[in-house]
Design a protein around this ligand. Structure first.
Ligand code: UD1
Length: 419
């Protein structure tokens, strides 16, 4: 077990680069199972969730080779169709392997996935969609056994634009017979990135990134090379680091379009932003201003993954902000830890009221989940004195050595073993 020790109140400055997107690379890695050949994926972040995906691919018989930020997957020979429970429980995204395994092996044996404890996180939309494509799924206790003679295209109307369900449908449908139409598909950039990888392998996916996605099944997919998009949530974390420490940063390797849902919030806080190509310069005022109202929504709305990240900054803003969390029902677990820094936040159901305070003070806290954990790091950066942040394995799921990136721009963070 490890923890961060953070000396707060350091002025940040300089350039910081954003690594590849976790939420893009995980479904892309799962989808390499569809290709009887080599896939080459570049800009892969070094994260524990990526390690977990590689473990699953290797367990199933794929050959995986990693070199720097590139991964080579050769899924020519797949020898298993069962994912052991301990691997399924390491991350929520393991559920994306279900569609890939079904398509490739026509049989899959898995159990319910793990992941961040931010809500109930059912998989009913994944299962009902796969059933529509022809899968017979048997649920017994924690285990799922799934079979099909073949998968056949269908019209699938999602009652909610679930990111994971949309990805599972796309992955299952690319080699299915005939056409699949997804109505009310998730529109997150990671969906477009998955489609872009699969299309470069010969898939025929149209409309990814829009509410209606059409997939015309093809007979086979071929080897291809793909570069993962930058991680928009990591970029927003760095934006919040600048905001909470009243600093100026140049954030490199961003996609401006992907940040449009969060930029107005930073603007309302009083931050100035300048875009130049793939770089974003953000300059924060001495004291941030409150934001009138934030409601998390599916893309292109304000992302739920940025809720805790901006909450830390708003905890130090002048005035009161109301945040409504509409995606996950238990996504305020970090609030009790943030309060230990002196933040004044009250939660009532899906609503948090943040009354900004002038100062935050160093605290001894524990990460409750991935993005909640990064929110604690942000608070510690701005806090007077020393903070200790435990259970940072949550943070390592989604940030590549966060302490190194932040130290490079002036933070003072050390990683320590907890004995
Ligand atoms: C993905 C992201 C996660 C992000 C979330 C919402 C990955 C690896 N993770 O998670 O970082 O916070 O999108 O943007 O990409 N739901 C159901 N039934 C289902 C599936 C989902 O009711 O079968 C509900 C969930 O409980 C939740 C909502 O739909 O309330 C959104 O979930 P979903 O979009 O599926 O999120 P994930 O794919 O799990």
């Amino acid at each position: 077990m490890e923890k961060f020790i953070i000396n707060g109140k350091r002025q940040l400055g300089g350039e910081i680069s954003v690594h590849g997107s976790k939420n893009s690379v995980l479904p892309i890695l799962a989808s390499t199972l569809l290709i009887k050949g080599k896939s080459i994926i570049h800009n892969v972040p070094n994260l524990t969730d990526v390690d977990s995906s590689i473990k699953i691919l290797e367990y199933l018989g794929a050959e995986v080779c990693r070199s720097g930020s590139s991964i080579y997957v050769d899924a020519s020979d797949i020898s298993d169709n069962t994912i052991p429970e301990e691997m399924m429980r390491e991350m929520r995204s393991s559920i994306i392997f279900l569609g890939a395994l079904l398509s490739r092996c026509k049989e899959a044996y898995i159990c319910y996935p793990g992941g961040c404890e931010i809500g109930v996180r059912p998989i009913d939309l994944h299962l009902s969609s796969l059933r529509k494509l022809g899968a017979a799924i048997n649920e017994s206790g924690n285990c799922l056994s799934c079979k099909c003679t073949s998968l056949t295209g269908a019209k699938i109307i999602l009652s909610f634009p679930s990111v994971g369900a949309t990805e599972n449908i796309i992955i299952s449908a690319v080699l299915a017979k005939g056409k699949t139409t997804i109505i009310n598909a998730a529109r997150e950039p990671e969906i477009s990135d998955l489609a872009s990888f699969l299309n470069s392998c010969g898939a025929r996916i149209f409309g990814a990134g829009e509410g209606t996605v059409e997939i015309e099944g093809v007979d086979a997919l071929y080897s291809a090379c793909h570069t993962v998009i930058p991680d928009r949530i990591v970029a927003a974390t760095y934006m919040s680091a600048a905001a909470i420490t009243s600093s100026e940063l140049i954030i490199k390797n961003i996609r401006t379009l992907h940040l449009t849902p969060v930029m107005p919030v930073f603007s309302e806080m009083g931050c100035k932003m300048y875009i130049s190509g793939n770089d974003l310069k953000i300059s924060a005022p001495k004291r941030l201003k409150r934001v009138k109202n934030i409601k998390t929504m599916p893309y292109p709305g304000f992302p739920t993954d940025c809720q805790s990240i901006v909450m830390s900054a708003l905890a130090k803003a002048k005035g009161t902000t109301v945040i409504n969390e509409s995606i996950f029902e238990s996504r305020f677990k970090h609030v009790s830890e943030l309060s230990r820094f002196g933040a004044d936040i009250t939660v009532n159901g899906d609503t948090a009221v943040i009354s900004g305070v002038a100062e935050l003070y160093g605290a001894n806290v524990f990460c409750t989940d991935l993005r909640g954990g990064s929110a604690l790091v942000l608070a510690a950066l701005a806090a007077e004195g020393v903070s200790s942040i435990g259970d940072i394995y949550h943070i390592d799921r989604g940030y590549e050595k966060l302490e190194n990136s932040l130290n490079q721009i002036g933070a003072d963070i050390t990683r320590q073993n907890v004995t």
